[in-house]
Design a protein around this ligand. Structure first.
Ligand code: FES
Ligand code: MG
Length: 562
């Protein structure tokens, strides 16, 4: 097949005319005719004023283009949907699949021999990978890199674990109105993605662990010169990957997905990343088995001391050997034969490991931060298709709890009553939120239910909280998420009533509703049948086709063979 900008042309019936027409229009771009015969490398960009995390992308994209040209390719930059995590209603989760479709179709439909995917903010990297996997063209991922930390009265601050900490103190009356305003201006102070091990950082590490990005590319800060050097190197690598015809299905395999799960657990990564990794693997028909996850979680120690589980930030990980330091520590647990995008195996990539590692940031296997992985898969009568808890960010004292449910039927109900002084709630109760799953509400990051104001003011900092929602990767607490099937699909979560007893056992991996089956049958029969709201366009597509959290919230028609 011809490479370059003229490949596969039949659109005007007459191939010669198709070439002629495409050439005529390309002359308008001012590129030399000779350059059009080079391997074409698309650069999928996602800069947007609504995405401050990608603020430096134009400069980063320039570095990619330099690398492509130096390696003999022709860079062709094109924009796609961009998703700025904090700006989308009801939640960016609804639009991840829209971006994935956009990327897939533009990579497939436009002439290119390979593509560099430039993303960073939470949903953008999974969307780009999902799209590129389905498009099937040679691809490499480049993340924008994390923010650098800010300073406030001698303390380092980073989005957004510190956002939550200060807000909790403000809710408890310990921080004044004026002070919270000053803090607000110091939480996110540079371009780049959230500075802690939130979803964006977790996905950056996962992409590197999968082998879909260059080694040591996950953690370099967005504003660091290293980030631009990584951009150049990624552009150059894209040309060889395109010439070699190395498609992402050769890199994303059962072995590399298992490696990525190990890394997710060892970095104390975000719960959201499990949904995204499930969706990414699902694009190739690979499934993440709950039993395998349980086995991996019990045998993978947490090694990385980043917020919200530790005290450090992504810039510290970069200065401590980056992800290669983590991979090197984990090497006995990884499949080192997994192929990476540059054509070497993971083992070849790791070599002798980085020359120096700050052991406060990346712990050795012999002295981990925690013995067991950060995420625990739960199942039981309240979650027949599973649920998830991030044990590394939770209070171990609450791991074995039986408590009284205090139920909120929706996000609106939660907002209306959680701070009501008359709310009947005790610190030992279990807060339950219903109807916040993918179908119910687009699965917002509402699973971090606030501690009721009256308890927060008396010093309560954590309670068991359960929902079918997600939680920000930057949050902490004893929070059970992704309960499946979700309440809006009639899962047992919909049947919980205030006063019921719920049992959580992290050691047994169980989540049970202690209500007799005949009572639950009665409640099920009495569930109100409400017509779904009328929606059109993309939101209708979402409502009609979104799968549950246990299937990565992808669309049913995007799975192979669907
Ligand atoms: Fe963009 Fe956190 S808001 S990475
Ligand atoms: Mg986030």
């Amino acid at each position: 097949m011809t490479k370059g900008i003229y490949r596969g042309l039949v659109s005007y019936g007459d191939p010669e005319f198709s070439r002629f027409l495409r050439r005529a229009f390309l002359h308008a771009s001012g590129r030399s005719p000779e350059s059009l015969d080079r391997p074409v490398i698309g650069i999928a960009t996602s800069a947007s004023d609504y995405n401050p995390c990608h603020r430096q992308q134009p400069e980063l994209v320039k570095s990619v283009a330099r690398g492509i040209i130096a390696a003999g390719g022709l860079p062709m930059e094109f924009p796609t949907v961009s998703l700025g995590e904090s700006f989308l209603e009801p939640t960016s989760m609804v639009y991840r699949n829209l971006m994935a479709m956009d990327v897939e179709e533009l990579v497939r439909a436009q002439p290119m021999d390979g593509v560099v995917l430039v993303g960073g903010c939470d949903k953008t990297v999974p969307a780009q990978l999902m799209g590129a996997l389905s498009a099937g063209r040679p691809a490499i991922q480049l993340v924008t890199g994390p923010m650098s930390t800010g300073r406030y009265q001698g303390e380092r601050l980073g989005a957004c674990t510190d956002c939550r900490r200060f807000w909790a103190s403000y809710r408890a009356g310990e921080v004044s109105e004026e002070e919270i305003g000053r803090v607000e201006r110091n939480l996110a102070t540079t371009a780049g993605t959230c500075a802690v091990m939130g979803t964006a950082s977790t996905m950056a590490c996962i992409v590197e662990a999968l082998g879909m990005a260059l080694p040591d590319s996950a953690a370099a800060p967005a504003v660091h010169a290293d980030r631009l050097r990584i951009g150049e190197a990624t552009g150059a690598a894209a040309v060889s990957i395109a010439v070699a015809g190395r498609t992402p299905d050769q890199v994303v395999t059962a072995a590399s997905v298992r490696n990525a799960l190990r890394v997710l657990l060892a970095i104390g990564g975000s719960t959201n990343a499990l949904i995204h990794l499930t969706a990414i693997a699902g694009r190739l028909g690979l499934r993440i088995d709950p039993d395998e996850l349980k086995e991996l979680s019990d045998t993978t120690p947490v090694l990385v001391e980043l917020k919200p589980t530790g005290a450090h930030y992504m810039e510290d990980l970069h200065a401590s050997g980056g992800l290669p330091a983590v991979l090197h520590e984990l090497r006995d647990l990884l499949d080192l034969s997994a192929l990476t995008v540059t054509g070497e195996t993971l083992g070849e990539r790791l070599g002798d490991g980085p020359p120096w590692v700050d052991r406060d940031v990346v712990r050795p296997m012999s002295d981990p931060s925690r013995d067991k992985g950060g995420l625990v898969w739960l199942s039981g009568s309240l979650a027949p298709s599973g649920a998830l808890i991030k044990r590394s960010a939770a209070d171990p004292e609450l791991f074995e709890t039986t408590g009284r449910a205090v139920v909120f039927s929706s996000l609106e109900d939660l907002a209306a009553r959680i701070d009501d002084p008359a709310l009947d709630v005790e610190p030992s109760d279990v807060l339950v939120l219903q109807n916040a799953g993918p179908l119910g509400a687009g699965m917002p990051e509402a699973g971090y239910l606030p501690i009721p104001a009256k308890l927060a003011r008396s010093g309560v900092r954590d309670m068991v909280r359960i929902s079918d929602a997600r939680m920000s990767g930057t949050a902490y607490g004893t929070i059970v998420l992704h309960v499946s099937p979700e309440a809006a699909l009639g899962g047992p979560l919909a049947l919980v009533r205030t006063g019921d007893q719920i049992r959580l056992s992290v050691s047994e991996g169980r989540l049970d509703l202690l209500v007799p089956p005949d009572e639950l049958d009665k409640r099920r029969a009495d569930l109100p049948v409400s017509a779904p709201p009328m929606v059109t366009g993309y939101r209708k597509l979402f409502r009609d086709h979104v799968l549950g959290a246990d299937q990565g919230c992808d669309f049913d028609f995007c799975l192979p063979g669907s």
